[in-house]
Design a protein around this ligand. Structure first.
Ligand code: GRG
Length: 293
């Protein structure tokens, strides 16, 4: 199977899994459930589910278990986007090429969509296709990655840093928490949904995930200044306008591109001990660095 064929088959599975793990649209209160589906379905690159499936292939995980883990990861990710777009945070009107949830509905609905998606993610992880041991391990991974020592903590640092000059080290810490933690969890959860890797293998996957997570952010900063809103499906140029520190503002475009390339090489090197079994993870590192939106 080519990488494109593999990606297409995973993306099809993810869409079905999201539909299955979300409450039906006519479940009361119908407007909230409709808004959750508006936020979740038919958009986004699904990078976290792709990473999770690729790591799951490496550990021989059952696809049904990976579907549950992927649904949970994407629910947490979308909750964070919905809240991040609200006027009290980034105040953005465009996401995944369509009006953000608070624009399409209203602010209280957007708040509740995020809250409810967060709960729904953990419901998905109690799916019977995962063993009780796997359920507990995955719940812990996702809770740690999304909470105050992960994504939410990173967002707090981000909000506090607007208009301030950050060192490269501070910028890296912020991104490691804000976006890196969930990307890392995607890899770890895929691995844990199968025959759990040993400590050395998990460490290698962490090195891979850290490099890919940072590369993802560096590329995001590059695209923010080089690509238009229509291609991105979100407002371009917003970071600079909002006075947010970015890799491009800190080190310039060329050095940022070189850094993304260096991180791609680090990700590949970390996968060497796994050989051919890590092929999809290696291809995903290339995709993250070469993406155009
Ligand atoms: C509100 C607790 C809380 C956290 C928000 C992730 C996040 C933290 C905010 C998103 C802001 C942002 C644009 C960050 C830059 C990197 C990023 C996460 C981009 C969006 O992720 P993609 O590119 O989006 O994977 P799609 O739509 O493709 O899923």
């Amino acid at each position: 199977m080519t990488f494109e064929q593999w990606m297409r088959s995973v993306l099809e599975r993810v869409e079905i899994a999201l539909d299955n793990y979300l409450p039906a649209p006519d479940t009361a209160p119908a407007q909230l459930h409709e808004a959750m589906r508006y936020a979740m379905l038919g958009g986004g690159k699904r990078v976290r589910p792709l990473l999770c499936h690729a790591a799951g292939e490496l550990s021989g995980a059952r696809t049904e278990g990976l579907d549950a883990a992927c649904a949970a990861l994407e629910m947490i990710h979308v909750y964070s986007l919905v809240h991040d777009d609200m006027p009290c945070m980034d105040d953005d009107a465009l996401r995944r090429g369509k009006p953000t949830v608070h624009v399409q509905y209203d602010e209280p609905t957007a708040l509740l969509v995020g809250d409810a998606l967060q709960s729904q993610a953990f419901i998905a992880l109690t799916a019977e296709v995962l063993t009780p041991v796997q359920q507990a391990a995955l719940v812990r991974e996702l809770a740690l990655a999304s909470g105050s020592v992960g994504m939410a903590g990173g967002q707090a640092i981000d909000l506090a840093s607007v208009g301030h000059k950050l060192t490269r080290e501070q910028l890296e810490t912020m991104h490691r928490m804000k976006t890196g933690a969930l990307l890392r969890a995607a890899v770890r959860m895929g691995a844990l949904a199968g025959a759990a890797p040993d400590a050395a293998q998990m460490q290698a996957l962490d090195v891979y995930a850290a490099a890919v997570g940072l590369a993802f952010q560096v590329v995001d900063d590059i695209l923010d200044v080089t690509t238009d809103s229509a291609t991105l499906g979100k407002t371009a140029g917003k970071d600079a306008k909002d006075g947010k520190p970015t890799y491009v503002s800190l080190m310039g475009l060329d050095a940022s591109r070189a850094l993304a390339e260096q991180l791609r090489a680090e990700a590949h090197a970390a996968l060497l001990p796994f050989g051919e079994r890590a092929r999809r993870l290696a291809e995903l590192a290339d995709l993250v660095v070469n993406r155009v939106s």
